[in-house]
Design a protein around this ligand. Structure first.
Ligand SMILES: [Zn+2]
Ligand SMILES: [Zn+2]
Length: 282
């Protein structure tokens, strides 16, 4: 892997409920790799911003996995001082530290999304949809127990809700479009006919382009059975063909070891689709 001079704009540290490492370790790894910039973008999941009880869920009787992501606010508040300190540090060779957040499900709790997007200390915001409204995170769904009809019905809802999010929510970059494929195809090896979602993907891209927003190439699924970025080449090319210019690259690393992973492959893909530069936000 040679990611020298490239950017990793989607990573998580110990200030995400599913991350462990100190952000300093992520920075050290990024500097060692020769990255030009690193954005730490911890989870701000709007629908799990408070403790489970706030949402009428009894944390004592709930599945431990299900409650993992709750209380994002507490993690976020703890991160703020550290993020400021890392931003103000001097780094050699023009390396830049970026304080971002991954804003999950903004339309499922708009009042919380507004609180986060109005914080001017945050450099940039990835808008993500990890669960359809009223459903669990795709991460937790047992796709092997669902019929193909049920899977396509979930995907129909996913794309419709991503489009709605792009139309109505505030963010800079749409996170990992095709996220459910990480699990449906990547974990369970189930094939999806993506041609079914070409029109709505085009609508999503046109919406983002009109608003001056961009997409990311998320490389975390490259090393799963999916063996493709999120979104994959076909959609990245469609975005470009529709006039998309703002493109970000992110490993979605949840530990220092994975910082920069697959970014070289993502950059190569971007180039082959006609992109000449990648974006980052300050
Ligand atoms: Zn995500
Ligand atoms: Zn992420």
């Amino acid at each position: 892997m040679n990611v020298n001079g490239l950017l990793d704009c989607h990573t998580h540290c110990m200030f995400s409920p599913d991350g462990n490492d100190d952000p300093v370790e992520l920075v050290n790894k990024a500097v060692d790799l020769g990255l030009k910039a690193l954005a730490v973008t911890d989870h701000c999941e709007c629908n799990t911003w408070f403790e489970p009880e706030y949402y009428g869920i009894d944390s004592k009787s709930a599945d431990e996995d299900d409650i993992l992501m709750y209380n994002c606010k507490e993690y976020h508040n703890k991160s703020l001082e550290k993020m400021q300190e890392l931003k103000q540090r001097h780094y050699d060779d023009g390396f830049e530290f970026i304080h971002g957040v991954e804003l999950g499900q903004p339309l499922q709790a708009p009042e919380i999304a507004r609180e986060i997007t109005s914080d001017k200390s945050i450099d940039y915001i990835i808008g993500s949809l990890h669960n359809n409204s009223g459903e669990k995170d795709f991460y937790f769904l047992s796709f092997d127990r669902l019929s193909m009809n049920d899977i396509y019905s979930l995907l129909d809802d996913y794309y419709a809700q991503v489009l709605e999010m792009c139309q109505q929510a505030e963010f800079d970059i749409l996170g990992h479009l095709t996220y459910p494929y990480r699990y449906i195809c990547g974990k369970y090896g189930i094939q999806i006919d993506n041609s079914r979602y070409k029109d709505i993907s085009a609508e999503i891209f046109r919406t983002l382009i009109a608003k001056g927003k961009g997409i990311e190439i998320n490389t975390s699924s490259l090393f799963t059975h999916l063996a493709s970025t999120m979104p994959g080449e076909e959609l990245v090319r469609l975005y470009r063909d529709l006039g998309g210019e703002i493109l970000s690259l992110g490993s979605d690393a949840h530990c220092a070891e994975n910082v920069g992973q697959g970014i070289d492959i993502g950059a190569q893909l971007a180039k082959s689709c006609g992109f000449k530069y990648a974006a980052y936000f300050k």
